[in-house]
Design a protein around this ligand. Structure first.
Ligand code: XLS
Ligand code: NI
Ligand code: NI
Length: 469
C-alpha cells in the first residue's frame, strides 16, 4: 500500500508525472533485459561449501592464494566458443535441442556479432578470464575464401573491442579444418595439393586473428588428419606434408611476431578411424622426427586420453616428462560410451590428478584449462551452460586444493623418492652418470647377493590419496 500522503502529493503534482516515471522505469528495465542474454543470472558469487544455491561457487574463490598464487592464476580457465556459443546439441539420431534465444540461426554477420556479446556476458558472469575459438565458430564461412577471411576480420575487430572493454583474453585460436566437405580426405594430410593450399591459407588467417587478439597459443587438432582405410592412403607422404605445414606455421609465426606457443592436441579416432596424432607418445614421436620439439607442446584432453585407452594421468605424465605439457582441454568422457562425449569434469579424483601434474611441473604458463565440453542434449537451456561451467570450476578448485595439500604433506613424493633412492648413490648413480657398462655391472652383480626388493604399497598410497579427498 502506498502511504496516503505520498499519493496525495503525487496527485497534486499531476497524475501525468507518475505515468511518466513508471514508463521511464519500465523502459530502463526492458532495455536492461534486452541487452542481456541471461537477465536472470547474476555474476556468480562464491558462497562456500554450505550453500545450496546452484548458481554459486562452493569452492572456487578466484583470489584465494594457494601456494603463493591465486586460484585463478593456477587454473587459467577458458570457455570454448564452439561449445558454449555454437553447439546445438545434436546427436546422430536427433536434431539440436539447445535453446539460444539470442541466436537467429542465420549465417549473417549480425548474428555472429550478437553471439560475441552474449559470449562476453557469459565470461563476465562466470568469472572465466580466457576463451578459445576456431575461425569458423566465430565468423561464418563465406562463398569464397576471400569472403570468409573478410568475415573473420570483421568479427575479430569486435572481439578485440570486447576484450578491451572487459579484460578477457584469448587463450588460443585454431582453424576448423574438419567440418567442410573439402576436408573429407584431410587438410594437412589431404591427397589433394589444392585442399592443402586452402588449409594453409585458413591457418594463416587464423594465426593472424590469434595475433590480433593477443592469443597466448595456437592449437592444431588434426580432426581429419588420419585415414579411414590404408587401401587408399600413402601414410609416409601424408605425414611428411603435415610436418611441412607445421614448419610453415612456425616460419609464419616468426614473420608476424606470434610469440605464443603452438600446441598439438592428441586424439586417436573420431572422426577418422585412425588419427596420426593418436596419443601423447605418437605426437612426441612426430615432433621429434620432424624437428618441431622446440616450437610445439601438447594440449591434452581427458576424453581423448580415454579414447586412446590411456588414463588422463598417463597422458599428462608422458607429456610432462618430455617437457611438453602445454595446456589442457578440461572435459571427461562417459565410462560406458566409446566416443568423444565432451562432458564437464566433475570427478574430484580426475581434477586432483590433473592438478598434481600441473603443480609438479611448476604450473601452466601459456596454457590453461579450456572447458572443451558441452552440456548433455537433455540439458538444453541457457542456464545449463552456467551449471556446467560452475561445476567444472568448483571441481578444479577442489582438485587444486587437494593436490597442493598432498604435495605439502610430502608423504607421496617422499615415498616415490625413497623408492628410487638406490639410484642416488653407489652403482645406481654410476649407471646414471654413464660411468659403467655391462662388464662392470656383471662384476657388481656377481659379487653381491640376490637383490632384495620392497613392496610398491599401491593400496597404502591409494588410501593416502583418499585422506585428502
Ligand atoms: C575435438 C577437439 C577439438 C579441439 C579443437 O575432439 O577436442 O574441439 O579441441 O579443434
Ligand atoms: Ni579439444
Ligand atoms: Ni575432443
Amino acid at each position: 500500500m502506498y502511504p496516503r500522503n505520498h499519493l496525495d502529493q503525487l496527485q497534486t503534482q499531476g497524475a501525468s508525472s507518475l505515468v511518466l516515471l513508471v514508463t521511464l522505469l519500465i523502459t530502463i528495465i526492458k532495455q536492461k533485459m534486452m541487452s542481456e542474454a541471461f537477465p536472470d543470472i547474476p555474476v556468480i558469487p562464491y558462497e562456500g561449501s554450505q550453500s545450496k544455491n546452484p548458481l554459486a561457487f562452493k569452492h572456487y574463490i578466484h583470489n584465494e592464494v594457494i601456494g603463493g598464487k591465486t586460484m585463478k592464476d593456477h587454473l587459467r580457465f577458458a570457455a570454448a566458443y564452439w561449445h558454449t556459443m555454437r553447439n546445438e546439441l545434436i546427436d546422430p539420431f536427433g536434431v539440436g535441442t539447445s535453446s539460444k534465444p539470442w541466436d537467429d540461426r542465420s549465417d549473417s554477420i549480425e548474428n555472429a556479432l550478437r553471439r560475441t556479446e552474449v559470449f562476453f556476458e557469459f565470461l563476465h558472469k562466470t568469472g572465466i578470464d580466457y576463451y578459445c575459438f576456431h575461425d569458423r565458430d566465430v565468423a561464418p564461412e563465406g562463398a569464397t575464401l576471400a569472403e570468409s577471411n573478410q568475415n573473420l576480420e570483421v568479427v575479430v575487430e569486435k572481439l578485440k573491442e570486447l576484450q578491451g572493454q572487459t579484460g578477457k583474453k584469448l587463450l588460443w585460436g585454431t582453424a576448423c579444418l574438419f567440418t567442410h566437405p573439402r576436408y573429407m580426405h584431410g587438410a594437412g594430410t589431404s591427397c589433394s595439393a589444392n585442399v592443402y593450399a586452402y588449409a594453409a591459407a585458413q591457418v594463416k588467417s587464423a594465426m593472424d586473428a590469434t595475433v590480433a587478439l593477443g592469443g597466448e597459443g595456437y592449437v592444431f587438432w588434426g580432426g581429419r588428419e588420419g585415414y579411414t582405410t590404408l587401401l587408399n592412403t600413402n601414410m609416409k607422404r601424408e605425414l611428411d606434408n603435415l610436418a611441412k605445414l607445421l614448419h610453415m606455421a612456425v616460419d609464419y609465426a616468426a614473420e608476424i611476431g606470434f610469440t605464443g606457443k603452438f600446441f598439438i592436441e592428441p586424439k586417436p579416432k573420431e572422426p577418422t578411424s585412425h588419427q596420426y596424432d593418436s596419443d601423447a607418445a605418437a605426437c612426441l614421436n612426430f615432433l621429434r622426427e620432424f624437428d618441431l620439439m622446440d616450437h610445439f607442446q601438447l594440449n591434452i584432453e581427458t576424453n581423448h586420453a580415454t579414447l586412446a585407452n590411456h588414463s588422463m594421468h598417463h597422458e599428462l605424465v608422458v607429456a610432462a616428462s618430455a617437457g611438453a605439457l602445454g595446456s589442457v582441454d578440461a572435459n571427461t568422457g562417459h565410462p560406458q560410451l566409446g566416443w568423444d562425449t565432451d562432458q564437464f569434469p566433475t570427478d574430484i579424483y580426475l581434477t586432483t590428478q590433473i592438478m598434481l601434474e600441473i603443480l609438479r611441473m611448476g604450473g601452466l604458463t601459456q596454457g590453461g584449462l579450456n572447458f572443451d565440453a558441452k552440456p548433455r542434449r537433455e540439458s538444453f537451456e541457457p542456464v545449463d551452460l552456467f551449471h556446467a561451467h560452475i561445476g567444472g570450476m568448483d571441481a578444479f578448485a577442489r582438485g587444486l586444493k587437494i593436490a597442493h595439500a598432498i604435495i605439502e604433506d610430502g608423504r607421496l613424493d617422499g615415498f616415490v623418492s625413497k623408492r628410487y633412492s638406490s639410484w642416488d648413490s653407489g652403482i645406481g648413480s654410476k649407471v646414471e652418470s654413464g660411468e659403467v657398462g655391462f662388464k662392470e655391472l656383471e662384476e657388481y652383480a656377481l659379487s653381491n647377493d640376490e637383490p632384495s626388493v620392497e613392496s610398491g604399497r599401491q593400496e597404502m598410497l591409494e588410501n593416502l590419496i583418499n585422506e585428502f579427498i
